[in-house]
Design a protein around this ligand. Structure first.
Ligand SMILES: [Zn+2]
Ligand SMILES: [Zn+2]
Length: 145
């Protein structure tokens, strides 16, 4: 990523920019993704198209919390609630339907298997950084895992 104050390339996990000393996400003069100069009032980068608002606080700015999504996956994964929470209605519906129709024929094994998928996805959400989570699931719309 790039420092939004001076445009210098900085590490994803850097707490401060080595070029200008500010926290890399505090400025609004450069695109964090491609380093192109931006106007403070711009909401997307005109060069690479990323949403500049999301970079300010990672996942939090998008309104979706990875912790909430992760916990929903772990506890209510078989119902696909974490999918609905992240706006993946299709995937959520698939999990919900499979869970409901498979309860009797599989004596509960179907929902347990779906629940396991949700559980694993919940763990994956929680192990990602806010930045990764926002990029993978909110910007790139990755539907599964
Ligand atoms: Zn800087
Ligand atoms: Zn850009």
């Amino acid at each position: 990523m790039h420092c939004q104050n001076c445009g210098k390339g900085v590490d994803e996990k850097a707490v401060a920019c080595i070029g200008c000393g500010v926290a890399p996400r505090t400025g609004n003069k450069f695109c964090y993704n491609c380093g192109a100069p931006t106007e403070p009032i711009q909401i997307v980068c005109v060069k690479c198209g990323v949403d500049l608002r999301k970079s300010v606080a990672g996942g939090a700015a998008s309104g979706k919390s990875k912790v909430v999504a992760g916990l929903l996956g772990i506890f209510l994964g078989s119902l696909g609630i974490h999918k609905f929470y992240l706006g993946y209605s299709k995937e959520g519906l698939i999990m919900l339907v499979i869970c409901l129709v498979s309860v009797l024929p599989t004596l509960g094994l179907g929902p347990a298997a779906i629940g396991l998928i949700g559980f694993i996805e919940g763990i994956i959400y929680l192990t990602k950084s806010d930045e990764e989570f926002a990029q993978t699931y909110i910007q790139n719309r990755k539907g599964w895992f």
